[in-house]
Write a protein that binds this ligand. Structure first.
Ligand code: CMC
Length: 438
């Protein structure tokens, strides 16, 4: 079964106040926990469910990504992330996420060609950057520029036209590295570098970031491969905060560029994609191995809201499989760059070792997540910490557009409109200002 769900039984809910019972269908998917279909709950009982943070709520059906958090399994369209990271490449993974199947050689070539021919941005967009301060955070720039794309590409904003939806999706995947690299160059005060169609996706991105007009820059293939792998690992992660934001924004019929800009804004938070930047700041703050116990003491006592960044996950109660791959990649990249001793990597590994033996983290099932090691690689590659979440956004754009397309095509999709448990004031009458007291 793929793309369908079946009713596997019912659940009876009894209201102990009224004594009334009602049955609700239980649906089963291909894998994962079954769900109680409560769509008729309010109509039949006059009650809502209460689930802040969607801890026990499936917000949609999806066929794209599956996570088994207890076993530490992540599958894109059924394929294990470790196999894709080792054997595939980001363009192939993008095709897989968008279309559901790995491409044939011909389809792959055509897809890569089509993405490549959308990598340039409207020349007018360059002047948009000049409105930002040079020291603006690149995520702030990314939010603004991606949101502005709908003003440049009006011809792909009709969400009911599948062709326009696909053109918008290709544009977003293709232009995101260009826009991100421009944000970086603007920060540095260097000229923008145009995309080069002879280069592969990740290679092209590194070239746009690190090339300068005055000399020939050849991208190191090991670093291009590492970048491509980082993109694969970050491409999708089912209904996380930013993806749910994209779906929610899309549910109102908003155009795709606006929806992805909303996703970027959500990703920026330190509990989500901003964690990779926060990990490096944390490691710098800890400074050395002998400060680890004191730092962990502050984490465990919640002193000043201190968290062990890059640890913990809503779904994984096991080692994040992406962190495994990245830990390995870290060593490869550092070896390639001839970095024998990277104090931050030593510190991160020691921090991980100590935390994984500490009852606070063990009992809460807190393990390293994707962000724990990615920053160390990105820093070694030459990226400033402020660009880390931008790199995450480039990769996640593929997942966002795949999930956005899926939600638009889902006949059961409705405008997202959660309800609330109101705990504010009971109705009361307006009091004139002179009668309100001091
Ligand atoms: N450091 C210290 N304590 C933690 C951490 C952490 N990193 N993560 C969770 N906890 C504690 C939390 O305080 C709570 O303890 P208690 O039961 O005593 O109140 C318990 O573990 C359960 O945590 P939770 O807050 O209920 O878990 P959640 O599912 O709401 O939050 C999370 C998940 C990822 C937001 C959280 O673990 C966190 O903030 N981690 C640090 C930030 C981070 O690395 N984020 C990247 C996530 S992966 C990539 C991505 O999504 O973009």
């Amino acid at each position: 079964m793929d793309g369908k769900n079946v009713t596997t039984g019912t659940v009876t809910l009894t209201d102990n106040t009224s004594g009334k019972s009602r049955e609700f269908p239980v649906l089963g998917g291909t894998s994962g926990p079954r769900v109680i279909d409560i769509r008729k709950l309010y109509a039949e009982t006059g009650m809502f469910t209460f689930d802040p943070g969607f801890v026990a709520t499936a917000s949609c059906r999806s066929t794209i990504t599956y996570i088994d958090g207890d076993e530490g399994i992540l599958l894109y369209r059924g394929y294990p992330i470790e196999e894709l990271a080792e054997k595939s490449d980001f363009m192939e993974v993008a095709y897989l996420l968008l279309y559901g199947e790995l491409p044939s050689a011909k389809q792959k070539e055509q897809f890569f060609h089509d993405i490549t021919y959308h990598t340039m941005v409207h020349e007018q967009l360059a002047s948009f950057y000049r409105g930002f301060r040079r020291d603006a955070h690149p995520m702030a720039v990314l939010c603004g520029v991606v949101g502005a794309l709908s003003a440049f590409y009006h011809d792909s904003t009709d969400i009911h036209d599948p062709h326009q939806r696909m053109v918008a999706s290709y544009r977003l995947i293709a232009k995101m590295p260009t826009i991100a690299a421009m944000a970086y160059k603007y920060n540095l005060g260097q000229p923008f570098v145009y995309p080069k169609n002879s280069l592969h996706y990740a290679e092209n991105f590194l070239h746009m970031c690190f090339a300068v007009p005055c000399e020939e820059v050849k991208v190191n293939p090991v670093l291009a491969r590492a970048m491509d792998r980082i993109f694969i690992l970050h491409a999708d992660h089912e209904q996380n905060a930013s993806t749910s934001t994209v779906r929610l924004a899309g549910s109102s019929g908003a155009n795709p560029f606006a929806c992805i800009a909303a996703g970027i804004a959500s990703l920026w938070g330190p509990a989500h994609g901003g964690a990779n930047e926060a990990v490096l700041k944390m490691l710098a703050q800890i400074g050395s191995r002998d400060h680890i116990p004191e730092f962990l003491r502050r984490v465990k006592t919640h002193q000043d809201h201190t968290m062990l960044m890059g640890f913990g996950h809503r779904v994984y109660k096991h080692y994040d499989p992406r962190a495994h791959v990245l830990r390995q990649s870290c060593h490869e990249v550092l070896d390639e760059l001839g970095i024998k001793n990277e104090p931050l990597l030593d510190l991160a590994m020691e921090l991980e070792r100590i935390a994984l033996q500490d009852d606070y983290f063990v009992s809460r099932k807190l393990y390293p997540n994707v962000d724990f090691y990615s920053g160390i690689i990105l820093r070694a590659m030459g990226f400033p910490t402020s660009l880390f979440t931008v790199l995450f956004a480039i990769a996640r754009t593929v997942g966002w557009v795949a999930q956005w397309n899926e939600s638009i095509e889902d006949p059961d999709s409705k405008i997202g409109r959660p309800r609330q448990l109101f705990i504010g004031s009971a109705p009361r009458h307006y009091v004139a200002v002179e009668k309100r007291g001091s």
